[in-house]
Design a protein around this ligand. Structure first.
Ligand code: UDP
Length: 235
């Protein structure tokens, strides 16, 4: 059945195991938290459980709207079965409001609306610190063709069009988020996770951060924020 095989890869927040079928893998969501290219490390109690469930809900929603994802099913509190993809080493960031590195790099005011939303590409490479890159850089490095980049941008906007109203209804502002895509039988599908680790959410009433920024900036009430996201998304 879904018996877990050997560990194929250990990342900062997840471990990946072989599944019974060669074209599938099992993701195990850890409580380990890192920030600033792993310079800051810590634990967020039950983060793995929250991220697994939140990702399940969001991948299911995105699939329902016709966007293909790697998600197959949640196996347990911390385990998810997915298609096995070849990850495209590009972090695709979508921004609806100014925050984080965008505010810093361009001197823009945090919280200002970005309409229409923008998409940025970061080259996924820990040694280089995931640098911001443009289409030409990715083509130069043979990471992705112009056609693939066009598709990544289109898919990212589509995912935003699904997620933004979903979070609006839950009184959460979807400030920005990071997506990763993979190739499965030569087709680009959404992969990795979508969780408070990879999104910025601001409570619409209070403006408070409900995501990993609480860990990055030592704001306290980190576990509480993750549990509140779980409640609003899956409750
Ligand atoms: N993000 C992520 N992984 C990364 C970098 C960014 O999931 O390695 C997410 C981050 O949580 C935020 C969005 O992408 O929702 C934009 O992040 P930003 O570029 O502002 O970087 P940061 O402030 O994390 O340095």
């Amino acid at each position: 059945m879904d018996a877990m095989g050997s560990m194929l890869y250990e990342g900062k927040a997840k471990k990946i195991f072989a599944a019974a079928r060669p074209d599938q893998v099992v993701h195990y969501f850890k409580d380990d938290a890192t920030a600033f290219n792993a310079e800051k490390r810590g634990t967020i109690v039950d983060k793995g459980v929250v991220n697994n469930r939140v990702s399940e809900r969001l991948f299911t929603l995105i699939e329902e709207k016709g966007i293909p994802t790697h998600f197959l099913k949640r196996l347990s509190d911390r385990e998810m079965l997915t298609k096995k993809v070849a990850i495209v080493p590009v972090e695709v960031v979508v921004r609806n409001l100014v925050a984080g590195s965008l505010a810093k790099r361009l001197g823009l005011r945090v919280g200002d609306a970005i309409e229409p939303a923008i998409v940025e590409f970061y080259y996924k490479n820990d040694a280089l610190g995931d640098p911001l890159v443009n289409d030409d850089h990715l083509r130069l490095m043979n990471v992705a063709t112009p056609g693939v980049l066009r598709e990544l941008r289109e898919l990212a906007h589509k995912v935003n069009a699904v997620l933004k109203p979903f979070f609006d209804e839950r009184k959460m502002q979807l400030v920005d988020f990071k997506l990763e895509f993979g190739l499965f039988h030569n087709k680009l599908i959404l992969a990795d996770e979508i969780s408070p680790d990879t999104c910025r959410f601001w409570d619409m009433e209070t403006g408070e951060s409900m995501d990993k920024d609480r860990f990055r900036k030592d704001m306290g009430k980190i576990e509480e924020a993750y549990q509140e996201v779980l409640k609003r998304v899956c409750g």
